[in-house]
Design a protein around this ligand. Structure first.
Ligand code: ADP
Ligand code: MG
Length: 288
């Protein structure tokens, strides 16, 4: 016989864009006391559009910045890269071929383009490298800014904007009513993280988080007796998803994160997690 919980979890998941990989995860979802969300693509749409292209070094026009960046970003799957490549296509820019492309974990990408070392990186990378940020590049709170470095020198920057999902606010209201702490961990900058957190009324946030630090955040919450669910995408999130009491992979479900997770959130919609928790609680009450 199929255990009741499995039967219910299969039907709740079919209706709600959830793929349940670990049969106890559904039952455990009613015990969640803290939810640690990633930002991009879950609380926000993850659909970045380029809002500004600013040259800092007059040797580079804004079009040239975009051309250099495109050489790197064509090989990246990050939502920022997708946003930049959309603009590259619109502007009909010829994308150069990079050599030695690689990701700088949690900070950006780099490669050799036409014989020069080019990087597209986060504000945190600039700070670590002691490169002064131009005043205007602190951006408004809704902007995510990445910097284009050529041979280690700041050439300019690209500002992008994402949108908060309307469903996030409703989902968070449900979590709050159920006394679940809602937190966010993001690789994005402090200002943008705070703006999203304030807008959604989160209980807290962690900004400029490197992938390995997510495991520590989960452990710290667990040491405070929280029963932690965490959402994540990408290979880098796999260790933290494994550490969480309920690991929720976001998106398509073909990569390492999905293989480690208990649950896959097929439509990346936080409301589906709210439904899972409500359904889990209601079912448990009925069963006892
Ligand atoms: P998150 O998933 O929260 O965005 P990541 O670790 O993927 O966190 O990225 C952290 C930061 O590193 C981004 O906000 C961005 O500044 C920078 N970054 C990562 N990948 C890229 C990329 N392909 N191009 C430019 N910047 C990137
Ligand atoms: Mg990521």
């Amino acid at each position: 016989a199929i255990p009741l919980v499995v039967a219910i979890s299969t039907s709740v998941s079919a209706q709600n864009g959830l793929l349940i990989r670990n049969r106890t995860a559904f039952e455990e979802s009613r015990k969640i006391t803290a939810l640690l969300f990633d930002k991009t693509g879950t609380l926000t749409r993850g659909n970045f559009g380029v809002t500004r292209l600013e040259s800092v070094d007059p040797a580079y026009t804004s079009k040239e910045l975009l051309r250099l960046a495109s050489a790197l970003e064509q090989s990246s799957e990050h939502p920022i890269a997708v946003g930049i490549m959309r603009k590259v296509k619109e502007d009909e820019i010829d994308v150069p071929k990079p050599e030695n492309f690689h990701a700088i974990t949690g900070k950006g990408v780099e490669a050799i383009v036409e014989g020069k070392e080019v990087k597209v990186v986060s504000p945190g990378y600039l700070r670590d490298a002691n490169i002064t940020l131009p005043e205007a590049a602190s951006g408004d709170a809704a902007e995510t800014i990445v910097f284009v470095l050529v041979e280690g020198k700041l050439a300019g920057y690209i500002a992008l904007a994402d949108e908060i999902r309307p469903e996030s606010k409703e989902a968070i209201a449900v979590f709050k009513r159920n006394n679940i702490k809602v937190l966010m961990a993001t690789g994005d900058n402090e200002k943008t993280a705070k703006a999203v957190s304030d807008h959604l009324g989160l209980d807290g946030y962690y900004a400029e988080v490197l992938p390995h630090q997510k495991v520590e955040i989960v452990k710290e919450l667990q040491s405070k007796n929280e029963f932690v669910a965490m959402t994540g995408d990408g290979v880098n999130d796999a260790p933290a998803l494994a550490q969480a009491d309920v690991g929720i992979a976001v998106g398509s479900g073909t990569d390492v994160a999905a293989e480690t997770a208990d649950i896959i959130l097929v439509n990346s919609n936080p409301q589906d997690i709210a439904n899972l928790i409500l359904f889990g609680k209601a079912t448990y009450r009925k069963m006892i």
